[in-house]
Design a protein around this ligand. Structure first.
Ligand code: ADP
Ligand code: TYD
Length: 206
């Protein structure tokens, strides 16, 4: 992929991704960039249908492998229909979660191991973010921020699952330190955005 940029946001549920994404979109558009916002699971008609199946709290019987395959299926469609074409057309794609979520939640959270990376190799087909912002807050902070909002099937998992996801993200940040920027997201919205903006400006200047 050539002209545009692909940026992803990661972090535990309630870490503030949507809040920062909308600020970044506003900033980039004001600077003249064409921005495409998307999210996973979802981002396409097919992906949104897969999303409802995955997150439905009634689907308690879903196996971890089924779950991992469904996330990857949604991603394959998303890369093919939305991300790759937009980046090739010179746009900036900002995605609320991408493959790192599968590594954190399915490999580390569900303890599925390396098969998650193999499955996702087919889904992403070489398409990886140029930069990933990992918004770091402990799961209990994210949980408090979400508050009494109705929880989806993943958010309903227990504390040890969410701790394992958090640790998974820590490992990912170490493994991909060139691409993944860890941001202390326990601060105010504006302080967090100021740091994100610095990294973004640096990327756009390169
Ligand atoms: P995510 O997309 O990661 O689930 P959101 O951006 O939807 O997170 O934020 C979850 C909740 O926390 C929202 O009610 C939002 O207004 C609030 N929030 C976002 N950023 C902060 C922050 N830095 N400090 C306190 N609350 C925040
Ligand atoms: P979403 O509402 O998009 O996340 P958030 O609560 O952070 O705004 O819900 C998506 C859920 O799916 C979230 O709990 C993380 C989980 N998930 C995975 O387990 N694996 C994945 O590959 C992706 C993309 C998300």
């Amino acid at each position: 992929m050539s002209n545009g940029y692909f940026i992803s946001f990661e972090g535990v549920d309630g870490s503030g991704k949507s809040t920062q994404i909308s600020k970044l979109k506003e900033y980039l558009e004001a600077s003249g960039y064409e921005v495409v916002l998307s999210r996973e699971p979802g981002g396409t008609d097919i992906g949104e249908q897969i999303r409802s199946v995955i997150l439905d709290p009634n689907n308690q019987g879903m196996t971890a492998v089924t779950e991992a395959l469904l996330y990857a299926a949604s991603r394959a469609q998303h890369v093919h229909d939305v991300i790759a074409p937009a980046v090739e057309a010179g746009k900036v794609v900002i995605c609320d979660r991408f493959v790192d979520s599968s590594i954190a939640y399915q490999q580390y959270g569900r303890k599925l191991g390396e098969c998650v990376r193999i499955i996702n190799g087919y889904a992403i087909d070489g398409c990886m973010p140029d930069l990933t912002f990992l918004l770091k807050v402990k799961p209990d902070v994210g949980g408090t921020r979400i508050g009494s909002r109705e929880k989806d099937r993943i958010e309903l998992e227990d504390k040890s699952f969410h701790e394992a996801v958090y640790q998974g993200y820590e490992s990912l940040q170490e493994e991909f330190s060139e691409r993944i920027v860890g941001i202390d997201a326990a601060r105010s919205v504006d302080e967090i955005f100021a740091e994100i903006k610095e990294y973004m400006d640096r990327l756009l200047k390169e």
